[in-house]
Design a protein around this ligand. Structure first.
Ligand code: COA
Length: 321
């Protein structure tokens, strides 16, 4: 028994911000950003909220799947940039779309979040607890990025993506692996609260994303090929049998490094980061939705999904579409 993706959806804010726009904010250039990252533009919320973007993505996924919100049993939202701590985004989305019967909660594994949420849905279905799930990844990273820090503000974008999954007897998710390395968590972090109560009052170091870019880069290029190989070994599938590698969209050079290590042609690694930047947990489901709507995902195709990011977290799964 497994789960099959039966519908996809996504939503991006209206405002597109180009590299040229960022040249007016920080000391950078379109050329530097494109050469080092592959990114040309990203979408930034100017009013859209995490809940509104994620609800739009979920409604589109339900429509694409031909399913009703009220029939969904589990609603998971992966995010690391919630505007509200409580209630969770998943409950806000549940209310907005009318998924009244679903158990709804959030999951934070940063850029691996969507993949970990998908694996969680798989485990529930495999255990016989639920028959279906709506799994989303959404971010408004623009709200936790320091817009004066050229090392990070050029990388990130806002958006949301979602998939509807259902129990299936054949195909679907063939296997997954997920890992966490909390000991190295400080290389990419964001502190959102100062320690403040009647007994202590300590200022926060920063409330924005802090990143050691080189360390994160090295981690991704080392661990992602290894985790992909691990899931391929587990499922008995060879690199050459994979039709598409749908990877977290962080940096074009990271994707090229991973493809090189796997000895796989780059044309099997679809990208949209040039247009949307790094959307953390929204990256994989938004890319999946774009591929789906372009008609590039055919029944029987083998896909590898792989996420990696803050935590540090990383993982991969194999899907027979
Ligand atoms: N524009 C122009 N110059 C910039 C710049 C920008 N936006 N950001 C940094 N620089 C400068 C640095 O100050 C440095 O200058 P110096 O040599 O005078 O000190 C120089 O460019 C090189 O900086 P460095 O940080 O070594 O560049 P890099 O080649 O490692 O590229 C990243 C920086 C962030 C693009 C790259 O490290 C990266 O993509 N890392 C992974 C980040 C990531 O994907 N995070 C999310 C993971 S989910």
């Amino acid at each position: 028994m497994s789960i099959k993706v039966i519908g996809t959806g996504s939503a991006l804010p209206k405002k597109q911000v180009t590299n040229q726009d960022l040249e007016k904010l920080v000391e950078t250039s379109d050329e530097w950003i494109r050469e080092r990252t592959g990114i040309s533009s990203r979408y930034i919320s100017t009013g859209e909220t995490l809940a509104s973007l994620t609800a739009d993505a979920c409604e589109r996924a339900l429509e694409n799947a031909g399913r009703r919100a009220e029939d969904i049993e589990l609603l998971l939202v992966a995010t690391c940039s919630p505007e509200r701590e409580i209630p969770c985004v998943a409950c806000q989305v549940q209310s907005a779309i009318g998924a009244d019967c679903a158990a709804a909660y959030d999951l934070n594994a940063a850029c691996s979040g969507f993949l970990f949420a998908l694996n969680t849905a798989y485990a529930y279905v495999e255990a016989g607890i639920y028959q279906n799930a709506l799994v989303a990844g959404g971010e408004v990273l623009s709200k936790i990025v320091d817009w004066t820090d050229r090392g990070t503000c050029i990388l990130f974008g806002d958006g949301a993506g979602a998939v509807v999954v259902e129990k299936c007897e054949q195909g679907g998710v063939l296997g997954f692996v997920q890992h966490s390395d909390g000991a190295r968590g400080d290389v990419l972090r964001c502190d959102s609260r100062a320690l403040k109560n009647p007994y202590v009052d300590r200022p926060m170091e920063t409330e924005f994303v802090l990143m050691d870019g080189r360390q994160v880069f090295a981690f991704a290029v080392r661990q992602v090929p290894a985790v992909i190989q691990e899931v391929l070994d587990q499922t008995g599938i060879k690199v050459e049998d994979v039709d598409l590698f749908v990877l977290h969209q962080a940096n074009q050079r990271i994707i090229e490094g991973i493809a090189k290590k796997l000895k796989a042609d780059l044309d099997r690694f679809p990208v949209n980061l040039d247009r949307v930047g790094n959307m953390s947990s929204a990256a994989i489901p938004v890319l999946l939705d774009e591929l789906n709507r372009q008609g590039r995902l055919k029944p029987g195709m083998k896909l590898v999904l792989s996420g990696f990011g803050a935590g540090l977290t990383y993982g991969a799964c194999v899907i027979e579409w």
